[in-house]
Every structure is written in C-alpha cells, then in structure tokens.
Design a protein around this ligand. Structure first.
Ligand code: SF4
Length: 155
C-alpha cells in the first residue's frame, strides 16, 4: 500500500538550481534496476555497492554524489533511472515488508521545482512505488536465501 502524505500538484526537476540535491550517493536499487543499468554497458563493480547493515544494493558515490551524475549535474541514465528516482519529488519516509508491503512518501524538503512545470501524475508515482516495493521484497528474500554473491551471479 502506498501513502502519499503531502500532495504536490505541479513539479519540474530544477536540478541546476538545487545542485541536484536528490542525487546523493547510496540510492537503493532493485534487481531489475541493476539488470537494466548493467544492460547499458556499465560493469557492475563500477556502480554497485552492497550495504552490509541494511542488506540492500545501492549506487556507489562519486565526489559525494551519485555515480551517474554528469558534469552539468544531469542524470546520465535518465531513460533507465532506478525506480527510486522515478518517485521524485517524493522521498520514502517509511517502508515495511510485512504481508502487505507499505510505503509512505513525502515531498523533498525545499525543492525549487515544486509548483513549476506539469501536473504530477500521482497514479504513475504510486505504480512505480508499488513496483519498487514488490521488486525489493523479492530481492530481500533472495539475498537471505542466496547471499549477495548468489544474487549478483544471476544478474
Ligand atoms: S540515477 Fe540519475 S536521477 Fe538517480 S540519483 Fe543518480 S543521477 Fe540522480
């Protein structure tokens, strides 16, 4: 179940104005995200990190930012960006993977793009959030069963 705690009507990503503040290191990836990015020709060891504390896969950092950020602060994998990035301008504030997975989303704080651009497609955001929850629930189970090495071998 997806809960959007504060709604936003219109939004445009103004990454140049905020210095791409959402594109931090450690963006969480699902199995499908990793496969898609690998399919672009990026070797896994270049961009993939395993978070030993939370047992999840994340994008490596580069100068304190996401590995995939370009020289002009643009996303260099825009068409193939991870599901988490598709939820912007919302961020996950709570997630749980019980029988019925649950995610709560809130808007990014102090985003200069709020109120700009096109009307937000809430249905699409909810669909991507739901996809993230289900893909990640499966990944968590697979990591428990096969370990990170076993999962990576299947990518
Ligand atoms: S994948 Fe792209 S949109 Fe997502 S954090 Fe990295 S640079 Fe930003």
């Amino acid at each position: 179940m997806i809960h959007i705690l504060e709604n936003i009507d219109k939004w445009k990503c103004e990454y140049k104005k905020c210095g791409a503040k959402c594109c931090t290191e450690g963006i969480q990836l699902t199995f499908e995200d990793i496969k898609r990015i690998k399919g672009l020709g990026y070797p896994i060891e270049d961009f993939l990190d395993f978070d030993e504390t939370n047992h999840v896969f994340r994008i490596k950092g580069k100068d304190g930012k996401c590995f995939f950020i370009g020289k002009k602060l643009e996303c260099t994998i825009r068409e193939n960006e991870p599901l988490i990035c598709r939820l912007l301008p919302f961020r996950i504030v709570e997630v749980s993977y019980s029988d019925e997975p649950l995610m709560r989303l809130k808007p990014v704080v102090d985003c200069p793009g709020v109120g700009q651009g096109k009307k937000l497609d809430k249905k699409k955001i909810e669909a991507d959030a739901s996809k993230f929850l289900h893909e990640n629930q499966k990944l968590i189970r697979d990591i428990k069963k096969k370990g990170k090495k076993g999962v990576i071998e299947e990518i």
